[in-house]
Design a protein around this ligand. Structure first.
Ligand SMILES: [Zn+2]
Length: 1020
């Protein structure tokens, strides 16, 4: 999965799965969610049913037991005969040739379907399925009433093998009503026999288990077929099988049905063994009306008219390869598509609503190129005959890698060259590459359990850069990696409330919490580090062997480490007594990362190197007694022979070593630099003298130091200063050279770090002086890039301009504000001319024109938002409307964000909230709103949304704010769910900010004073 994007940042994935929406209300003893309750209300109260047959077909009543409730039909005799005929000829079922070979593999690995290892800490409930049964094949038939009451008539058959004797069948199910009298169990060898009697149906709502209790035991080695009919619901919570809508060009509202199953929501579409380690083949039937089309993971094998329903047909799909439930996907829509062919054997189609289909052209072009590139990179053919990619109007994450049917947010797949910015284009390629990388890493070989999610996401997040680089080498994305991934995640990972990337999880809330920046960006960063210390050739060899060995199977991180070690020993890139596991366990099983302190001898010719966990603030009374040490690949270069290209470890620092000595360095007048190209996941600090040498080198000729290492020196220096490990004098001394800097990556690192100072000072008396200092740094850059944008400039130059302009306006630079307002006014007089403002500059122009403007400017933006057909443009306008300084408009805007049918989609509410919270005028409004409207916002999402909470409390730095935050956590402890860690991190960040203000505010004010940026007004 890919997270969605906010502003210039690719935000970490967060829990997109609304587990609270299950809301099993124990008091009422009913297990359906509000959504299903509404459906039932429709069916039973108003009788507003499209097909009519539903009314008597499903008339459930609730039968309660103490812990479970199972719905049974009230009047089984009136039930129409099953609409689907059970397939009895399972032996004749057509299977792709790939399946046969994998069944052998599967047999070897059937035993370790672990349930004991990862227990949920949450109340110690083990939410894992019993391991007595292994699913082999599913037949799923679903008839979604998209243009009706949103019910789904479903039927499922599961073929399974008993691995242990068992007298119950337990599988996952949520928001589904079973028709208990249709549930049958027969031995596979005796399909027409009487079957096995089920003596009791049970529903365990805590675990989301359906349990069939049997009269007799199932025998190990025997196979059985369980089948049942059920009723489901197309919810509006963006998970499971859900509904989405859009307004067509003629003004009519159109509906579609789409799925999002990762991590634990396949169970909302049909009862299944919903764990990634329980792979099976899937044979899907989707019913649709003839004016729509359907898509699933595999190609359609036949379309069959539906008996007795004139406008309905069944699309019957080829059986899939063995796969995990979370990768199954369905889309039923009236979308249009464009097609292409990748490498002569894969049909490639891109889908979107018809009025946006031309915006899919860019994805149609790059998708097949990247798919082909990855076949080569992973040394393995793409196994399916087709790949569909669909842009969905309502989508919770950024995109989802469903096998053969990738779903996207519109902004992640659609690109309009006339309207979308260069960063939108890179984002589209990045997300397409990310999801295509998953087709191998994740889909062919899948983590056995969510603990290894980081491996999936870290790999896709790393390899996506190879995909982008292949399509557009001029974009220099390998340089951007340091900026977008390493330096960003360093921030989060320097908190005590960080977490190891490999983490035991059980409960769905815990699973969705780990779809965060640590899993994605840290995962990608340490895989990059590994790639560099192993070398590219060894890395790819080990990777390809691993993918081959576990094809259609599941694996754990140790399996990958084993294959990489073998390759490394063969190639001699690791010493024989060192394994990848020894090294990588220190990076995956412990949280955080080290700062390497380099202290040179008095004559400079040797250095003592030590490692220590880097924390922004060391808690005095921390109960964490773990001794943090890593296996650190040390790389370095020196002034007498600068070479930044050798990124293999020159020296390994062991996790048993607190320090070591590096000999043969140049004399003390020449600098050393450690961590070449910032490929190591660590920061570097030096003695004062070496810092002086570096500052001097940057000032005299910065090009001697590689671009990435210039960005590294800036980022390390500023963060060491933030943590009190380096004087701000020294850190800001690094900035002196920037007048000569022309490259984007060091500039962006510099600006990103200044934004922390700006955020801390924003509400203090010293802000004016700081602003003048920041302007002095930025204005030369602003003047050099100019307000005239050109899409023919190199991409990083376009980014540099975008960054400089946005900062200059942010710092109230008069020329910037004037130009922003003029461009916007010009546009207001010519509202249909979308080319007045360059796409790259639109965000800045919109935001600052609205900030200096009034109601008229805001209303114009709202009108354009409604009118626009391009999702990226809509996003920009949504963010910009949060820039107004009029508090009543902001207040109205917040209300609109959480009001269905206000014109703002549910998926975009966080964007509106975040924009208001980032605005200095809106910040306290947003925080108050969150506290006052907690229940409504919770209900709106069906859960606590960590992204909304995080943006509300960004830059908190007072004791009073900390108090409010703690009170907030106390009051909502029960509700926080998958946002729990985010709130913990926010509390820690606030404490860090308070400590930072105490330690540094006066120091920086003095420094500003001394450097001619007085904070005091003349009173004479
Ligand atoms: Zn992903």
């Amino acid at each position: 999965m890919t997270g969605s994007k906010l502003g210039g940042d690719v935000l970490a994935m967060e829990g997109n799965h609304s587990h609270h929406a299950i809301s099993f209300d124990k008091n009422k003893g009913c297990y359906v969610s509000r959504g299903v309750a509404v459906l039932l209300g429709i069916i039973f109260v108003s009788g507003l049913v499209v097909t009519g047959l539903l009314v008597y077909y499903y008339a459930p009543q609730v039968r309660e037991t103490q812990q479970q409730a199972v719905l049974v039909p009230q009047n089984p005799s009136s039930v129409r005969k099953p609409l689907l005929t059970r397939r009895r000829t399972t032996t004749t079922r057509r299977r792709p040739s790939t399946v046969r070979s994998t069944i052998t593999t599967a047999k070897v690995s059937t035993t370790p379907i672990a349930t004991t290892k990862e227990e949920s800490p949450k109340g110690n409930i083990d939410v894992r399925l019993p391991r007595a049964l292994k699913p082999l094949h599913y037949l799923v038939k679903l008839q979604p009433f998209i243009n009706g009451n949103f019910s789904i008539i479903g039927y499922v058959e599961v073929e399974m093998e008993a691995l242990e004797p068992t007298s119950n069948i337990t599988l996952h199910m949520a928001d589904i009503i079973t028709r208990n009298e249709t549930i049958t169990l027969v031995p596979l060898g005796d399909l027409d026999g009487p079957g096995l009697r089920i003596k009791k149906h049970e529903y365990d709502n805590e675990r989301q288990f359906y349990v069939a209790h049997l009269e007799q035991e199932l025998q190990p080695g025997h196979k059985y077929l369980l089948s049942m009919e059920f009723l489901g619901y197309l919810n509006d919570q963006l998970h499971g099988f859900y509904r989405s809508s859009y307004r067509d060009t003629d003004g009519t509202d159109k509906m579609l049905a789409v799925t999002q199953f990762q991590a634990t929501d396949a169970r909302r579409a049909f009862p299944c063994f919903d764990e990634p380690g329980l792979k099976a083949t899937f044979e899907v039937y989707l019913a649709r009306t003839t004016n729509m089309s359907s898509i699933s993971n595999m190609p359609i094998s036949e379309t069959i008219p539906m008996e007795g329903e004139e406008d309905w047909v069944w699309d019957h799909y080829d059986a899939s390869v063995p796969m995990s439930t979370y990768l199954v996907a369905f889309v039923v829509s009236d979308f249009a598509y464009l097609s292409a062919t990748a490498n002569n054997h894969t049909l490639f189609r891109v889908w979107a609503r018809e009025s946006a289909i031309e915006q899919a052209e860019f994805s149609r072009q790059v998708g097949p190129i990247i798919l082909t590139h990855f076949e080569d990179y992973f040394n393995q053919s793409y196994p399916l005959p087709k790949q569909d990619m669909v842009a969905i109007p309502d989508f919770s994450a950024g995109a989802m890698e469903n096998w053969g049917l990738i779903t996207y947010r519109e902004t992640a797949m659609l690109f309009d060259p006339a309207v979308s910015a260069a960063s939108n284009k890179q984002y589209v390629v990045a997300v397409v590459a990310h999801e295509l990388a998953h087709q191998w890493f994740g889909n062919i070989v899948t983590p056995r359990w969510w603990t290894d999610l980081w491996l999936n996401e870290g790999f896709a997040s790393y390899v996506e850069y190879f995909g982008i680089n292949y399509v557009e080498p001029s974009w220099q994305v390998m340089e951007q990696f340091v900026l977008n991934e390493v330096q960003i995640v360093f921030g989060l990972d320097s908190l005590e409330s960080s977490h190891p990337i490999s983490i035991p999880v059980g409960h769905p809330d815990e699973i969705s919490q780990i779809f965060d920046r640590i899993s994605y960006a840290k995962g990608a960063s340490i895989i990059r580090m590994m790639n560099h210390f192993l070398t590219e050739a060894t890395f790819r060899k080990g990777l390809s062997n691993y993918l081959d060995a576990f094809k259609y199977d599941n694996a754990e991180q140790d399996d990958l480490w084993r294959h990489l070690t073998e390759a490394a020993h063969e190639d001699g890139t690791l010493p024989d007594d060192l394994t990848v596991k020894i090294i990588m366990d220190t990076w995956t099983l412990q949280m955080g990362y080290p700062v390497i302190k380099v202290v040179r001898s008095p004559d400079g010719t040797s250095a003592t190197v030590s490692q220590e966990r880097f924390l922004l603030v060391k808690e005095e009374n921390s109960d964490d007694t773990h001794e943090y040490r890593w296996w650190v690949p040390l790389t370095y270069t020196t002034e007498d022979d600068p070479n930044f290209n050798n990124t293999q470890a020159q020296v390994w620092m062991k996790d048993s070593e607190a320090q070591l000595t590096i000999p043969s360095l140049p004399s003390k007048e020449q600098w050393v630099i450690f961590n070449l190209q910032e490929t190591g996941y660590y920061r570097v600090n030096y003695d004062d003298h070496n810092w002086e040498l570096l500052i001097h080198q940057l000032f005299t000729n910065h090009r001697v130091i590689s671009t990435i290492n210039r960005a590294q020196i800036i980022d390390d220096a500023m963060n060491l200063a933030k943590a009190g490990q380096l004087m701000y004098d020294t850190a800001l001394g690094v900035y002196n050279y920037l007048v000569e800097e022309t490259e984007y990556v060091p500039w962006a690192a510099a600006i990103n770090n200044l934004s922390y100072l700006k955020g801390m000072f924003a509400r203090s008396g010293g802000y004016g002086a700081l602003k003048n200092y920041l302007l002095d740094i930025l204005v030369p850059l602003y003047d050099s890039v100019g307000f005239e944008d050109s899409v023919s400039d190199p991409l990083l130059d376009q980014y540099k301009r975008q960054k400089a302009l946005s900062w200059a306006c942010e710092l109230d630079h008069p020329d910037c504000l004037y130009k922003a307002a003029s461009f916007y006014n010009h546009w207001m007089s010519n509202p249909d001319n979308s080319s007045i403002i360059s796409p790259n500059l639109k965000s800045t122009v919109y935001c600052h024109a609205i900030a200096v403007g009034g109601e008229r400017e805001w209303n114009f933006a709202w009108g354009q938002y409604l009118k626009s057909n391009v999702a990226a443009e809509k996003n920009r306008l949504l963010s910009a409307m949060g820039c107004t300084k009029h508090i009543w408009i902001l207040s109205r805007y917040l209300e609109m964000a959480f009001t269905p049918s206000s014109g703002i989609r549910k998926q975009d509410a966080f964007r509106v909230f975040g924009a208001v919270a980032r605005n200095e005028v809106g910040r306290s409004l947003a925080w108050t709103y969150l506290q006052d409207q907690w229940d409504n916002i919770f209900e709106f999402y069906g859960k606590a949304k960590s992204r909304v909470i995080k943006s509300a409390i960004n830059n908190f730095n007072t004791v009073q704010q900390l108090k409010e935050l703690r009170l907030f956590r106390r009051e909502h402890l029960e509700d926080l769910g998958s946002a729990t860690r985010a709130v913990q991190q926010a509390i820690e960040s606030t404490k860090i900010n308070i400590a930072w203000m105490n330690a540094n505010y006066d120091v920086i004010v003095d420094w500003l004073d001394m450097n001619g940026y007085s904070t005091k007004l003349n009173n004479a």
